[in-house]
Structure formats: structure tokens, C-alpha cells
Design a protein around this ligand. Structure first.
Ligand code: GBH
Length: 439
């Protein structure tokens, strides 16, 4: 135990994604994404993301708020159809939006962390077959190069994609996310296309970046939390984290090929063969981990012991247990030896503006402490953790769940666009100022 806590230069930040915050869906030369054209029937109260948090118009104010919180980093994603509204066409206005944002961040002393793709596929790409088609590989590579050419004079940190697990399994298997398909029998092909597109993008970043880049990917992950800390219990959880239920289908199926070049399979029919695994594995500088809840209580392949009634949970129904952050960082580092960046962690509440005009989100403050203490333990034990990006900077469009679940450190009035820092934002500011010693 080294006990040194969070390292100097730790990237304390917050995260968003283009489709969830930007809005301005048909402005500045942008064409629609598959989420813009989602049928209202697919979204909780029939909402859409056409305006979302209106970050497209409030971006300057948003950077000022980040500065007020004292963020060291900001993770955001680029909207593919904003920078490439049609095949082969680059949109200067779209490029300018991101250049201005990055410039403003750098001026404010905030490190930009760029996700190339966070689920908002342009409709034009979807019409060409989307992730089902091999064509996605060169298209994704070309798009990545456009973004890198535009932003890499000021950007160091890159993630090729966010949670392939989710946009593929939710979008093409469960049919709960855009494009709302059920392509179970095509899954091995889709997996291959997605992984090869990631590899092509990672190589394109490395080959074209002006500033020496740090290249990674943000994985949907989590782990089975050991029942106690005996070697047997730890060993069992490690095993389950890569071989059982969610561990197999969300972690190993994707990470074995992409992070280690090893073949993988799940559900008997989903397979990534040796050749694809080798091609999917390109050297990365870090792995991004999006961590929310332990897999133990997952309805989709947990321990078969669901949450006890009244157990701590968020407005999404997700179990609150900070240990998942420590054990996920530890298990992934043990297995893949890559430095860890927490690219998402946070909770939804049904926050509202109180009579005194403030947002008293006490549960989120408690959540922050619980999870960050566990992350500190990982740092103390010498696991290289590079940063923590809270999900989310601001309330936003929670995909098929619409606008009810509020994940932000900043409250957004979706009618007026007005922003209010929640109590948790002030608390996080203290954590950042002390580099975690107030935890
Ligand atoms: C992320 O997805 C997205 O990147 C982000 O856009 C989104 O807004 C945010 O989270 C909040 O939803 O406990 O084993 O059953 C998270 C996707 C993956 C979270 C699966 C819950 C359940 C794992 N999710 N996970 S398990």
C-alpha cells in the first residue's frame, strides 16, 4: 500500500456526449443522426434530442461553468453528421463549432478529451448499412481523420468510441436503442466490423495527430464485487468478471479481442475469431472505463440474487455500491495492464430546484464520496489511474429514458436552457481543489 492518494496532474473532469447535450440538430449544416429520427414511441415520454441541453448555443457559458467548478478536463464527443453531413463532404461550420469549443477549453486551462463516436450515427451512414456493413471501416477511418486533422493541434486525449457493448447490443440485439434492430444472427459480422473500425480509427489518430496523442476507447464495464476479501472470493469475482453473465457478454466478448488480441465468444453464437481479434488489437495508451453498478445484482446475468427491496439505488434503478469502481479498475488492470481512465461514473436522480433556488442533491454528494474513496484505494495500491470524468457535466437526454433521469452536476431547465450548479458541483469543486484529500 503506497497510500499516496490521487497522483499529481490527475484529470478531474466531467463528461457529456453530442447527441445528449448539443441540440441544434438541424443547424449549422448538420444532417440528422439515427437518434434524431427515432420514433417517439421508442422514447419514454415520446421526447426527442433535437434541442437536448442546447449546448450548441450555450457552449461558452458551459465552459465558464466548468471553469467555476475547477474542472481539469472535459470529455465530450463529436457529432459525425455535424462535421460530415453527407458522404465525402466536410462541413466547415461543424468543424468550427468544435474548434471553438476546444479553443475555449484550452484557454480555460481544461484538457479536452475527445470521443470520436458516442452512438449518433449519421442517417446517411446508416443507410449505407451502418455497423452491419464492412463499408463502416473505411468510412469511420475517414471521419476520424477529419476530426483529428481539425482538432489535434490542441487535443491530446482521444477515445475512438464509447461503449461498443451498448450501441451494438442495445441497438442491434435488444432493439432498445437506435437503430432499434434485432439482428441477432448477424452479430458476429457486426462485432467484426465494429472492432475493425475501432482499430482503423486508433491507427488513424496515431498516424495523423499533430500533438503526440494518447489513444484509448471508453468501455461499458463493471465487475462482480467480491463478497469478502479472502483470496478465494476475490478469485471467484475475477473469474466471473470475464466469464459469467454480463462479465462474459459485456466485458470479455469485447475486451479480449480489442485489448489483448485474443478471440472471444458469448451466447454460443457470438464469436470473434483469432484473425479478427489480432486485427482488432492495436496498441492503446489507456482504457476508459464507464462504471455504474456491480454486476452481482444485474438482471441480465448476475448472481441470481436481485437487489433486496429498499436497497440503495439510483433513479435508473441501478445499485449504489462504490466498491465496483475499485474492483473494476483492479481487475481490468490485472488483466490488460493498461492505465485506467474513468471515463464515466455518476448517478441519476429526480433533482429539482428547491424553494431557495438551489439544487440540494445530497445523494449525489454521498455517491461521489463513496465511489471516489474506492478509486483512491486503487491509486493507493499503485494502480495507474489517470483521471475521473463524472457522468455527467449537465442534465441531458438519457437516450430511450428521455429527460426524467438527471445525471448532471449542473441542473438544466429544458424549457429555458437555464443552468444551475447543483450542490454536488460545489462539493466536487472542493474535492478537485484538494486533489481528493477531502474524501
Ligand atoms: C452510459 O451507458 C452511456 O455512455 C451514456 O451515454 C449514458 O447517458 C450513461 O451511461 C447513463 O446511462 O449492472 O451488469 O447490469 C451506460 C450503459 C451499461 C449502464 C450496462 C448499466 C448495466 C450493467 N449501461 N449497465 S449491469
Amino acid at each position: 500500500m503506497e497510500g499516496n492518494g490521487f497522483p499529481q496532474g490527475f484529470l478531474w473532469g466531467a463528461a457529456t456526449a453530442s447527441a445528449q447535450v448539443e441540440g441544434g440538430w438541424n443547424e449549422g449544416g448538420r444532417t440528422p443522426s439515427i437518434w434524431d429520427v427515432a420514433s417517439p414511441k421508442k422514447i419514454k415520454h415520446g421526447e426527442n434530442c433535437h434541442t437536448a441541453s442546447d449546448h450548441f448555443h450555450h457552449w461558452k457559458e458551459d465552459v465558464a461553468l466548468m471553469k467555476e467548478i475547477g474542472l481539469k478536463s472535459y470529455r465530450f464527443s463529436v457529432s459525425w453528421s455535424r462535421v460530415m453531413p453527407e458522404e465525402g463532404k466536410i462541413n466547415p461550420e461543424g468543424i468550427a463549432f468544435y474548434k471553438n469549443l476546444v479553443h475555449e477549453l484550452v484557454e480555460a486551462g481544461i484538457e479536452p478529451l475527445v470521443t470520436i463516436y458516442h452512438w449518433d450515427m449519421p442517417v446517411w451512414v446508416h443507410k449505407m448499412g451502418g455497423w452491419r456493413s464492412k463499408k463502416i471501416v473505411p468510412l469511420f477511418e475517414e471521419y476520424t481523420k477529419v476530426v483529428v486533422d481539425a482538432l489535434s493541434d490542441q487535443v491530446t486525449w482521444w477515445m475512438t468510441m464509447n461503449e461498443p457493448q451498448c450501441f451494438i447490443l442495445n441497438g442491434y440485439m435488444a432493439g432498445q436503442h437506435a437503430p432499434f434492430e434485432h439482428a441477432v444472427l448477424e452479430m458476429s459480422k457486426i462485432l467484426e466490423n465494429t472492432m475493425l473500425a475501432h482499430a482503423a480509427a486508433a491507427n488513424a489518430i496515431r498516424a495523423n495527430a499533430k500533438k503526440p496523442p494518447k489513444v484509448g476507447i471508453a468501455m461499458a464495464t463493471g465487475c462482480f464485487v467480491p463478497e469478502n476479501e479472502t483470496p478465494e472470493a476475490i478469485q471467484k469475482s475475477y473469474h466471473d468478471t470475464f466469464e459469467k453473465g454480463m462479465g462474459a457478454v459485456s466485458n470479455a466478448l469485447w475486451m479480449e479481442p480489442m485489448l489483448a488480441g485474443r478471440p472471444s465468444k458469448a451466447f454460443g453464437v457470438y464469436k470473434v475469431n483469432e484473425a479478427t481479434a489480432k486485427a482488432a488489437h492495436v496498441p492503446l495508451d489507456f482504457v476508459g472505463i464507464n462504471v455504474y453498478q456491480p454486476m452481482n445484482t444485474s438482471e441480465w446475468g448476475g448472481d441470481g440474487k436481485p437487489q433486496k427491496p429498499g436497497a440503495p439505488k439510483t433513479a435508473m434503478g441501478w445499485t449504489v455500491d462504490g466498491r465496483v469502481l475499485y474492483w473494476t479498475a483492479r481487475f481490468l488492470y490485472e488483466r490488460y495492464h493498461l492505465p485506467i481512465m474513468v471515463t464515466e461514473n455518476g448517478m441519476a436522480e429526480n433533482d429539482f430546484i428547491c424553494l431557495d433556488g438551489k439544487v440540494h442533491d445530497g445523494m449525489r454528494i454521498d455517491f461521489l464520496h463513496r465511489y471516489l474513496r474506492e478509486l483512491k484505494r486503487a491509486c493507493d495500491e499503485g494502480i495507474p489511474v489517470l483521471g475521473y470524468q463524472h457522468w455527467s457535466l449537465m442534465d441531458n437526454f438519457e437516450w430511450a429514458e428521455g429527460y426524467d433521469p438527471r445525471f448532471g452536476l449542473i441542473y438544466v431547465d429544458f424549457e429555458t436552457g437555464k443552468r444551475t450548479l447543483k450542490d454536488s458541483a460545489y462539493e466536487y469543486a472542493e474535492v478537485i481543489r484538494s486533489n481528493g484529500s477531502t474524501l
